[in-house]
Write a protein of this length. Structure first.
Lengths: 251, 481
């Protein structure tokens, strides 16, 4: 599904990712953990194709296709979704309209038929119900006046409606209370599918209690420095990241 | 035409769809401005003596005045002697009905999306179509007459309802009001006249479409709307002009009179040719619009979407004379390339418990300059008057400017004035958020701008809100990046 090879990326000339290698197979869920400033969010933005994030070396292949030179909307259409760490407010644009425009823009670009509003609303209402969010959310402006938790859940709603092939969740769990965390985890689990992969960027293993990762990677100073199973997350939670610096120095 | 030229042509057409020219023989007065020219215009329109005198008084006043220099605009000198003040499509006799109108003119309005033929007319909207200095025709006149509503060209009103015209003309915007209003009073040619009788709700939307076509002319129209007690009317105006390298002048005056409990809703979608991407050409739009809530509980609502013109100078205002009368002003002004806009409103609170609301949205792109200028005055006897003002500016790109000039004058301690203002730039993060969901850059900008303007668009009648939205989208093409 996703194959990242020797990825180097910089912002304003400052190198953040320094030779990152990562492979995620179809149907797999990988967790990316690591200390602040290690490059986790940068990885998410580079994948989604944000302007100003310059890939200086290496490659990203998504379903065998090189992402280089693809615009963010083309990547979205190809099936890549980024749940934002800080979802953005768009005043005056109602949520339902935004989401339907996005969905239809993707479908149109893929040569599929646009979704009519009846079917669209049915799907969205179902999803909202599952995430225990009120229908009134549809009429509110995108993320405007949403609580932190609502914003994060709204990202999951978008993911569920857009049905991506690869979802990159950037700290979707941070700032959530335990109930909201469970709902988000359920939202992710419902979407798990042999043809859909996840990259879950997180600081804490508590989300991983509810969604079982196939692999856990530790990102430090722009590189994957350790890879393991679920137990690695437990160990990091207990020991912290301090030892990484030492090991890196010794290596 | 070669493939490329055609592509360029298509592209330009898409940018400014109304930029074509109708090749029609026109009857013009010679260029220049003097008493003879004014008398000639008056004679062409077969006007009564008093009206010519009124025009001449205005002209003498204008000669003593100087143009406004206080606006945040770079105003080039205008040579008033080079302009032809009257241009009308040549015709043997004045057409008695729309069937007799030159097909070329009907075709022009068809192309502009304002069909005048009976079979294609917009349902529920009566249209007065003004081409250069004259009205081409007015639809649904019979149906309106049955309801007691008068909707006709200004020239027709002068002939058919001289007493009404004489009573109200200049009663809101006196001929001495300002430089451009005085000029208009001296040389105005056509426009619309609306009269809604007591306790009548106008059965359909009324609309005037203004088209400048001839070269080296200006358009100086005059609109007068009188709403008797308890009546209601919604009126719309739209305007376009061909693309030319020379600037053309448009100086209109609009007067609204709302009596007891009457409500006048006046909406504008202004799409005059804005000039090219280097700021060459375009219409100079200097307009005086004012409404008088003359009696108690009257209400006037101005809604404007301003996307065209090289220079826009207009401040649709309300005089809140009657107690509990209310005025509203909703505005979206978009400037791009080298366009300049200095626009806003005046809310003059005279009566007790009067209320006003101002929602102004400015969008600047390219090298343009966009200013909001607004006056809220609470007169001494305006007990408990209230105003709420919200001005928001949205910047697209880094070379444009947005300015806010609010003036507040309060002479009554019980009056309350609230003012909120924000300025924001279309965030790179907003754009990225939309694009990461699959919307391309232009759709993303359109979506963000549409959201920004929502509060104003919802005040427009439905089909015009759709048109206004589409117009903004076209105007914003290529504005980012």
């Amino acid at each position: 599904m996703l194959k990242i090879t020797n990825l180097h990326a910089s912002i304003d000339g400052k190198e953040i990712l320094k030779g990152l290698n990562l492979e995620i197979g179809a149907g797999e869920l990988h967790a990316i953990m690591g200390p602040n400033g290690s490059g986790k969010s940068t990885l998410g933005h580079v994948l989604a194709g944000r302007d100003g994030y310059e890939v200086t070396e290496g490659s990203i292949e998504f379903e065998g296709k090189d992402l280089e030179g693809m615009e963010p909307e083309e990547r979205a259409t190809a099936g890549l979704f980024l749940a934002f760490q800080y979802p953005v407010e768009i005043p005056g644009v109602n949520n339902a309209y935004f989401l339907r425009s996005a969905l239809n823009a993707q479908r149109k670009a893929r040569g599929e038929e646009e979704v009519d509003s009846m079917n669209f609303l049915k799907t969205v209402r179902e999803t909202l119900g599952q995430l225990k969010m009120d229908d009134s959310l549809l009429k509110r402006a995108v993320n405007e006046g949403f609580s932190g938790g609502e914003k994060k859940r709204n990202e999951i709603v978008q993911m569920a409606v857009l049905q991506p092939k690869l979802a990159v969740l950037d700290e979707t769990d941070s700032g959530l209370d335990i109930d909201a965390l469970k709902l988000v985890a359920e939202g992710i689990n419902r979407l798990r599918d042999p043809n859909r992969s996840f990259m879950v960027i997180t600081h804490y293993q508590r989300l991983l209690e509810h969604i079982t990762p196939d692999r856990v990677h530790v990102l430090s100073d722009g590189r994957i420095v350790e890879t393991g199973g679920k137990e690695l997350a437990h160990r990091l939670e207990a020991e912290g990241y301090a030892h990484l610096a030492t090991e890196a120095a010794e290596a | 035409m070669s493939q490329t030229t055609e592509q360029v042509q298509n592209y330009i057409q898409q940018r400014y769809k109304a930029g074509f020219y109708t090749d029609i023989e026109s009857d013009r007065v010679p260029a220049g401005l003097n008493e003879d020219i004014i008398a000639m215009i008056s004679a062409k329109k077969n006007e009564p003596e008093w009206l010519l005198e009124w025009r001449l008084k205005a002209f003498h006043q204008w000669q003593k005045m100087i143009g406004p220099n206080w606006a945040h605009l770079n105003l080039p000198a205008i040579d008033f002697q080079k302009i032809h003040y009257y241009a009308a499509p040549k015709q043997e006799n004045r057409p008695k009905s729309l069937d007799e109108v030159d097909p070329k003119l009907l075709e022009t309005f068809d192309k502009l999306g304002v069909p005048l033929h009976e079979r294609e007319r917009l349902a529920g909207v009566a249209v007065d179509a003004v081409f250069d200095s004259v009205s081409v025709g007015t639809t649904f006149q019979k149906e309106l007459k049955e309801a007691g509503v008068i909707f006709c060209s200004f020239s027709e009103a002068v002939q058919e309802y001289p007493d009404l015209v004489r009573e109200y003309l200049g009663s809101v915007v006196p001929h001495t009001d300002n430089y451009f209003a005085a000029l208009n009073s001296a040389v105005f040619t056509d426009g619309s006249f609306v009269y809604i009788p007591k306790d009548t709700r106008c059965p359909m939307e009324l609309s005037t479409y203004f088209r400048i076509n001839a070269r080296d002319t200006g358009q100086f129209e005059r609109t007068l709307i009188v709403a008797e007690p308890g009546s209601h009317v919604s009126y719309l105006e739209g305007c376009t002009a061909p693309m030319r390298d020379e600037n053309q002048l448009h100086a209109a005056v609009v007067e609204l009179v709302a009596k007891e409990r009457a409500h006048i809703k006046y909406s504008t979608v202004q799409n005059w040719y804005p000039g090219d991407e280097n700021g060459k050409g375009g219409i100079y739009n200097f307009v005086t619009k004012r409404g008088d809530c003359r009696e108690d509980d009257a209400r006037i609502t101005w809604t404007q979407v301003e996307t065209g013109s090289a220079i826009t100078w207009k401040y649709p205002s309300c005089i809140l004379r009657g107690d509990r009368s209310s005025g509203e002003f909703y505005s979206v002004a978009l400037t791009r390339n080298y366009q300049q806009a200095d626009t806003g409103t005046k809310m003059i609170h005279l009566g007790k418990n009067t209320t006003s609301k101002i929602i102004a949205k400015g969008i600047s792109a390219g090298h343009s300059n966009n200013s909001y200028r607004g006056l809220v005055r609470m007169a001494k006897r305006a007990e408990n008057a209230r105003n709420y003002t919200q001005c928001d500016s949205l910047l697209i790109g880094k070379q444009c400017g947005a300015h806010t000039f609010p003036y507040i004058e309060s002479f009554n301690p019980s009056a309350k004035v609230e003012h909120e203002a924000t300025t924001s730039r279309i965030g790179e993060d907003q754009l990225f958020y939309c694009r990461s969901r699959g919307l391309d850059e232009e759709d993303a900008v359109a979506l963000i701008v549409d959201g920004f303007c929502k509060e104003v668009f919802k005040e427009l009648p439905m089909e015009f809100a759709v048109e206004a939205k589409a117009l903004l989208e076209i105007s914003l093409e290529g504005a980012v990046g």
